[in-house]
Design a protein around this ligand. Structure first.
Ligand SMILES: Nc1ncnc2c1ncn2[C@@H]1O[C@H](COP(=O)(O)OP(=O)(O)OP(=O)(O)O)[C@@H](O)[C@H]1O
Length: 302
């Protein structure tokens, strides 16, 4: 019989996570014909360890029920594994970038029904030092400011919580000396932030990297530099309009590999959570995981 593991963060989804759990179990058992194991997380890294078990025991499917934090921890269980189960996602977080990028419904009830879809999409992941990420890495003082956005603010303001925190930091015009080496050369200079995105949805802004496809085998990178008060406002407008890469103070490139170093201590943010300090090395892992997407999802599916 096919084996599915549900990894659920019971603290996500405004206390409703366990109610959704029963529905996911039912649909996987009765409609999709899986033998189902349920693992509830109680602390950081539980989701990673559960997913490692699912890989070692060659499960067919892992379903992550929770926010982007739980999803990020779950996909990290896939690191360096020979057998990688298919992935199902029931988004219960406040931003849910990964689900947005894959057109998985943000309504949990609808997302649960998607789990019976026969459509799979191969999705790129990327490696940063010794971990994986599914969505975005940001480095610089601005990235550090974004790490301080609370879940409460995210629920209240959505993507604007990041924008608000970012604008405050930019007004303080703190920059980091960065050296960024990618497939096309090296960029050196002072910048408040470097961003490498895998999908078009970053911090709930579906327009940050509109060209990024989940399976294009590329990291879409942005370096914001020379940002003063006026430029910050225009960069904000460009971000909302989806043409950030065309802004005069934004360097944009795509690459398969990129390394970022600094002569100063610089922090990073990985998939919305605090990440390792510089130096960092990123490289793309094309089509690394197969994700269940809605039957009517966009192209390039199997
Ligand atoms: N039982 C638990 N209680 C509290 N925290 C948990 C529990 N299990 C896991 N966690 C931690 O909570 C973190 C955040 O969880 P998750 O992203 O699922 O929810 P969220 O904070 O509601 O979502 P978002 O980040 O989108 O606001 C996880 O990265 C994990 O380390």
């Amino acid at each position: 019989m096919k084996q599915a593991m549900i990894i659920i963060n019971p603290s996500s989804g405004k206390e409703l996570a366990l109610e959704y759990l029963r529905k996911v179990e039912d649909i996987l058992r009765e409609e999709a014909g899986y033998d189902v194991v349920v693992n509830e997380t109680t602390k950081e890294l539980d989701a990673t360890n559960f997913c490692i078990d699912a890989c070692k025991q060659e499960f067919d499917l892992v379903v992550s029920i929770g926010g982007d934090g739980t999803l990020h921890e779950t996909i990290n269980g896939l690191l360096d594994q020979k057998h990688r189960p298919k992935l199902g996602v029931v988004p219960l977080g406040t931003v849910n970038d990964f689900a947005r990028a894959l057109h998985i419904p943000l309504d949990p009830e609808q997302a649960i029904h998607t789990l019976t879809s026969s459509r799979l999409r191969r999705v790129d992941m990327a490696r940063i030092n010794d971990q994986l990420f599914a969505n975005v890495v940001a480095a610089g003082s601005l990235a550090d400011a974004l790490s301080s956005v609370t879940s409460e603010d995210k629920s209240k303001f959505g993507a604007f919580a990041y924008f608000r925190e970012g604008a405050k930091e930019l007004l303080g015009s703190s920059v980091s000396p960065l050296s960024i080496t990618h497939d096309g050369g090296t960029w050196e200079g002072d910048a408040p932030i470097f961003i490498a995105a895998l999908t078009n949805s970053v911090g709930g802004f579906e327009n940050l990297a509109p060209d990024a496809e989940v399976d294009d085998g590329l990291l879409h990178c942005f370096i914001l530099h020379d940002l003063n008060f006026f430029n910050t406002l225009t960069a904000g407008v460009s971000l909302l309009l989806g043409n950030l890469k065309g802004h005069k103070d934004v360097e944009y490139f795509t690459t398969k590999r990129v390394s970022v170093t600094s002569t100063e201590p610089v922090k990073t943010n990985v998939d919305g959570e605090p990440g390792p300090a510089l130096p960092i090395e990123l490289h793309i892992l094309p089509s690394h995981v197969q994700v269940i997407v809605p039957e009517d999802a966009e192209p390039e599916d199997e």
